[in-house]
Design a binder for this molecule. Structure first.
Ligand code: CTP
Ligand code: MN
Ligand code: MN
Ligand code: MN
Length: 350
């Protein structure tokens, strides 16, 4: 896009994160860490807008070509609000920001972090538990807190699931799934998506996208694959969700962005044999795995949508809608104006 914002020293910055090169390793780590802590804390308080503002500011800093040494270098760069500027200034001047340090030490932040790291526990549940006076994982067990089957599995494998997954482990799981699909439906491809596809050396889970080159052949595949993996004792937990695309009444209205896609999927915990690392003594480690099945016609959009990052996807969709009047999701890209015309036309049929 044409309207790049010029920074002092000749730096330029495109307005959407999806237009910027955002390397994994960048020069402003202490600043982005501070801002992302505040983004996380805002998310814990249900302030999505505030959280997004801090995430945006961090994203801008990640794209800077060098280390920021004074606030002035940023110039009047949009995307970084008053509050974020104050945080940046504090960290630049003192090495830390008092507000961030306060957050990190607060009982609420620490408890929310502890609870939301349980597989199956979101901000709402964690917040309710905090309100009820729960503070530790032991509290959950001792007070007989009602847990879903997913949360029970999450708690049982808490330490493993919060140990980063290494790339080698992701590849080994990918091969196991590859083996399973070749048995169930030869020709099916398995693609490693998520953070690993972005080149991250480790992640919190393994995201695998399945598709078959012949349209329709993928129907029923997931349950067969999961059953086979299960029969090989590779699965510690799983719950699947059916494809809900067929149920869809029409395309999403342009404003109402759908975060969740409608592919058939399986949220699971794998039992991965390991030689070293934390699970070495018992010889295996629990790893979170997401399996997603996309029909070949939607595969490019599914792959794009499942590669992330979350912020990159959000920005890509915002760019499509604001700059191109198009709708992008994990299923398709289309011209929103034409869809509305079509809807108006169908509407006249009564
Ligand atoms: N995603 C999605 N729908 C979900 C969950 C995830 O579309 N219900 C997409 C997200 O947009 C994200 C990607 O799948 O871009 C991967 O999500 P996730 O595994 O949560 O994050 P990663 O970027 O892979 O980070 P990590 O390494 O921590 O797993
Ligand atoms: Mn992931
Ligand atoms: Mn890391
Ligand atoms: Mn995932």
């Amino acid at each position: 896009i044409e309207s790049r914002h010029r920074l002092r020293g000749g730096w330029q910055m495109a307005p959407y994160a999806c237009q910027r090169r955002t390397p994994l390793l960048h020069s402003n780590q202490p600043l982005t860490e501070a801002l992302e802590t505040l983004a996380e804390e805002a998310g814990f308080s249900g302030s999505e807008g505030r959280s997004l503002a801090f995430t945006r500011a961090a994203s801008v800093l990640k794209a800077l070509p060098g280390r920021l040494s004074t606030l002035e270098e940023l110039g009047p760069l949009p995307g970084i609000g008053e509050h974020s500027r104050r945080v940046i200034q504090d960290v630049l001047e003192d090495g830390v920001c008092a507000e961030v340090e306060r957050v990190k030490l607060s009982e609420r932040y620490q408890t929310m972090k502890l609870f939301t790291k349980i597989f199956g526990v979101g901000v709402r549940t964690a917040s309710r538990w905090y309100q009820e006076g729960l503070r530790t994982l032991v509290d959950l067990q001792e007070r007989g807190t009602k847990l879903t089957r997913q949360q029970q599995a999450g708690l049982r494998h808490y330490d493993d699931l919060n140990t980063p997954v290494e790339r080698g482990e992701a590849e080994s799981i990918s091969r196991a799934v590859q083996g399973a699909v070749q048995r169930c439906l030869p020709g099916t491809s398995v693609t490693l998506a998520g953070g690993f596809r972005r080149g991250k050396p480790h992640g919190h889970d393994v995201d695998l996208l399945l598709t078959h080159p012949e349209a329709g052949r993928e129907a029923g595949l997931l349950s067969r694959v999961v059953s086979w993996l299960d029969s090989q004792d590779l699965i510690l937990y799983q719950h699947s969700q059916e494809n809900s695309y067929a149920l869809q009444e029409g395309p999403e209205p342009p404003g109402g962005r759908d975060v969740m896609d409608r592919f058939e999927r399986c949220f699971s915990i794998f039992r991965l044999e390991v030689q070293g690392g934390p699970g070495a003594a018992r010889g295996w480690k629990a790893v979170r795995v997401d399996l997603v099945v996309a029909p070949i016609s939607q595969f490019p959009f599914a792959l794009l949508g499942w590669t992330g990052s979350r912020h990159f996807e959000r920005e890509l969709r915002r760019f499509a809608s604001h700059e191109r009047k198009m709708v992008l999701n994990s299923h398709a890209l289309y011209d929103s104006r034409r869809v509305w015309q079509l809807w108006a036309y169908v509407g006249t049929w009564g």
